[in-house]
Design a protein around this ligand. Structure first.
Ligand code: NAG
Ligand code: NAG
Length: 603
């Protein structure tokens, strides 16, 4: 079951005059000997080599049984009458993970998810029967699948479910303080969930709740055809994308929504939606999927005469994630699956991580691409996609662009107007017919930071942790797959930031049966990862340093930024601890310089 010692090609390590091709193992003995299997030669062979997948052999591969036996996973195996643990909301302050599922909402203790409270929120018998009469599946469709779960105010969450093809929303009371121990459905007050939750449980909603307003990308009809980005709730009239116009949205599947400031002035705040959709006619021959980023201004209230209660600042651009193929044709990863925003000191410029798969049935592959917001903004300031009629090609628009430039938020920063309702008619007319940008957004360094093509699984989810190590800061990615595994990957700059090497640190099976990982959250406070699937919820620590082995060299070779050799064991690295006693080398993974005075601990 567990591969004993995988065969790596060695690498020449230079040690003074000694040039040696090392291939012998430093596997430690004892309990973990089956798991720990490290080679001197392994580490620097792991370069971004797209032709072979050798780079992606994990340092540690842990089966579900090994995870359980080493106390590295805690699972909630679901209720017999529930499923679809897909909607996550992390609350670090209260130390809770809220999870929306079929007919239930859970509040898990972040310390240990075995400790939880639950709300039962089924549909009435009448609703269920109506759903059944409409020809829907009683178990798989005619229930209340929770699709929206958001923090509303200091005391309440807002939740929406499919309500057996009859979307419904309400508030959940959680109290002022964690110790209040309140977790209660406001069942005296239900709201219509149309434009907030889809009808069909197979569809997703990407949503964001800010200042009492809910932004959601979803389908707003029974048939699942009327897809739109809505803003509902709050005091303003609901607003949405233009209806029945495939230039705006073309059978989209929404992934996530984020507020990202554009300047220091909140009037310029934008909400970005990530989604995938069918390519627009004429943009591509045949049926193709494109990954997209869409923007709207938070202070968009629609037009006055035209685009009334419709977004006037909606724009979208294609996100490219591709690698050059052998025959000069790029291999595209277009099926956007998940997005994670890594916040930096500057809230205007988070790094966008996207997980993509291929559309092809023959070629199964996954990739992670990274985007910068400045590249996104440059594309939104570039040429609009334009065509003169249905039978024309899409070209960059070269005519006069009306002022203020469509897509700009009404604010003092860029001057001129106070509200989208004051926009001149030519701006509205232009905005309506030019929702797409001509240029796509390319990833940082123009290529994925990780791809996986030679395996029988695909990536589905991503969360990223920024970790301080002895020799710098590293982004550690936790990638969920459709077979219930989590990959832990660190990308390490080699000579320059443009040359990244990804090292697959761990591959862990976190569910008993192969199942698609559909939700992930990471708690930096708890140093734990939480994973959801149709079957349940799993919790695992971000690091298991002791498993790397009982020698300095093993610890150092692992190149796990969370771990360092402390003189007697491989343990959690804290940047504040005394420097001299900690041995760690993420950049080069070179044990010879770091462990040579500690020979007696090692091989
Ligand atoms: C599902 O089962 C749990 C007990 O395991 C029960 O508390 C809950 O009410 C049931 N839910 C529904 C919708 O019947
Ligand atoms: C939060 O919202 C709920 C629902 O509207 C309301 O009943 C409650 O009073 C609000 N709490 C606070 C602290 O504003």
């Amino acid at each position: 079951m567990f591969p004993d010692c995988l065969n790596f090609s060695g690498r020449t390590i230079q040690e003074g005059s000694l040039k040696q091709h090392r291939t012998h193992s430093v596997c430690s003995m004892g309990w973990f000997s089956r798991i720990v299997c490290l080679f001197w030669g392994v580490l620097l062979t792991a370069r971004a080599n797209y032709q072979n997948g050798k780079n992606n052999v994990p340092r540690l591969k842990l089966s579900y049984k090994e995870m359980l036996e080493s106390n590295n996973v805690i699972t909630f195996n679901g209720l017999a009458n529930s499923s679809s643990y897909h909607t996550f909301l992390l609350d670090e302050e209260r130390s809770r993970l809220y999870v929306g599922a079929k007919d239930h909402i859970f509040s898990f203790n972040l310390v240990n998810i075995k400790d939880f409270q639950k709300i039962v929120w089924p549909v009435s018998y009448t609703r269920r029967d109506e759903c059944k009469w409409a020809g829907k599946d009683i178990l798989k469709e005619c229930a209340n699948f929770i699709k929206v779960l958001k923090a509303y105010n200091q005391t309440h969450l807002y939740a929406c479910g499919t309500g057996a093809f009859h979307p419904i929303c309400t508030y959940i009371e959680i109290g002022h303080h964690p110790e209040d121990n309140i977790f209660k459905l406001e069942d005296s007050h239900f709201e219509n969930g149309r434009g907030k939750s889809p009808y069909d449980p197979k569809l997703l909603t990407a949503s964001l709740l800010i200042d009492g307003e809910l932004y959601s990308g979803t389908a707003a009809d029974f048939m699942g055809r009327d897809f739109a980005i809505f803003r509902t709730l709050g005091h303003h009239h609901p607003i949405r994308t233009e209806q029945h116009d495939s230039r705006w949205l073309n059978d989209p599947r929404f992934i996530s929504a984020h507020l990202i400031p554009e300047s220091d002035n909140p009037e310029d705040d934008k909400v970005y939606f990530f989604f995938r959709e069918n390519a627009i006619d004429g943009e591509h021959t045949g049926k193709a999927t494109h990954a997209r980023i869409g923007q709207i201004c938070k202070n968009d209230f629609g037009g006055h005469r035209s685009l009334v209660n419709k977004w006037t600042t909606f724009l979208k651009a294609r996100l490219i994630c591709s690698v050059p193929g052998p025959n000069g044709i790029d291999t595209h990863f277009d099926e956007l699956q998940d997005v994670f925003l890594m916040n930096s000191k500057d809230p205007k410029n988070p790094v966008v991580y996207g997980v993509f798969t291929t559309s092809s049935n023959i070629f199964k592959g996954s990739a992670v691409c990274m985007y910068s917001m400045s590249d996104v903004r440059r594309v939104f300031l570039g040429p609009y996609a334009h065509r003169d009629g249905p039978n024309y090609q899409w070209v960059p628009y070269q005519g006069r662009v009306p002022y203020p430039r469509p897509g700009t938020c009404p604010s003092k920063t860029f001057g001129g107007f106070d509200s989208t309702k004051d926009l001149p008619d030519d701006v509205i007319t232009f905005a309506r017919s030019h929702p797409a940008m001509y240029n796509p957004v390319f990833p940082i360094n123009n290529r994925p930071i990780m791809i996986k093509t030679d395996v029988n699984y695909q990536f589905t989810q991503i969360v990223v942790d920024r970790v301080d190590a002895e020799d710098g800061q590293y982004d550690v990615m936790f990638i969920g797959t459709d077979v219930g595994t989590v990959l832990k990957v660190v990308s390490i700059p080699k000579e320059t930031w443009h040359d990244l090497e990804e090292v697959l640190l761990e591959e862990m099976t976190v569910f008993r049966e192969p199942t698609t990982i559909s939700a992930m959250e990471l708690s930096t406070k708890q140093q734990q990862l939480y994973v959801g699937s149709a079957a349940g919820v799993a919790q695992l620590p971000l690091h298991r340093c002791d498993i790397y082995g009982k020698a300095c060299a093993e610890c150092c070779l692992a190149r796990d930024p969370y771990c360092a050799w402390d003189g007697s064991s491989c343990s959690r690295y804290f940047p504040t601890a005394k420097r001299r006693t900690r041995r760690q080398d993420i950049r080069n993974g070179d044990p010879l310089t770091h462990c040579s005075d500690l020979q007696h601990h090692g091989v």
